[in-house]
Design a binder for this molecule. Sequence first.
Ligand code: MBD
Ligand code: FE
Length: 297
Amino acid sequence: MGVIELGYLGFSVSDGEAWKKYASATVGMQLVDKGEKNRFHFRMDQWSRRITVDVNGKDDLSYIGWRVSDLDALAEMADTLAGANIDFAWGTDEEAEERDVLGLLKLLSPGGVPTEIFHSPQVDVGKPFHPGRPMYGKFLTGDQGIGHIILNEPDVEKAIAFYKLIGMSGGVDYKLALPNGMIAQPVFMSCNERQHSVAFGLGPMEKHINHLMIEYTELDDVGLIHDDIRKQDIDVALQLGKHANDQAVTFYAATPSGWLLEMGWGARKTLKHSEYYRGDVFGHGSEAKGYGMDIEL
Ligand code: MBD
Ligand code: FE
């Protein structure tokens, strides 16, 4: 049994106050501030947390948490990694407690992304999710996880093999013309009904992360947040549009850390048979530059 969802994320940031305001009052996540020094969390659903922010000045993804179904699945994963000669360590009880999970493995992806594979997140059933802004609906998480993440994996073949080994499937979804005349062939991989939970191969990147995509259950929430982002003059790297592969209506806004948050609605489920595209359904025009998304979709 492989991974089943993008379960949790850790980010390092330089401006904690800007993040608190952006992720809650603009984006709608629930701030969880337990008074920990230089650390706070965000909820997106009944989980005790989905995102942990450490204020330490790095402005990058600090770790990614992939969920497996239970302890047996985690033990099986450990055997799989050992069999493939991939270095990993079992997280200590303290490390599991720190993540609000019952157990985890720690390793690095081929591109050096700190990767954790865990089971049994803490679900706070007595604390209904309370969005940080008025919302018509909710975040679409559940069995589909937080959303999807675009990672820096310079060796695409190695990355495909790694994510397949831990239980994902997928491949090239697009052939895209780049400004330099080259053709990008980004790879999108899935572990559940979300069409992709991870993607890579969009070209050279400075950080581990290019963007995190989160999905709303109501289009009107994406529209209202888009209005809000425009009113605040926050950079939009790709304008509103509809993707070919997951059919989600999305736009890409800058976070206070300089990487992008893709906010969307209406994605279809993972296809049974693969296809590829030369561009998107509509929109996604390139606007603010310098976010590693200077592509023609
Ligand atoms: C996506 O979510 C995406 O970020 C890109 C670049 C292409 C298709 C779907
Ligand atoms: Fe995306």
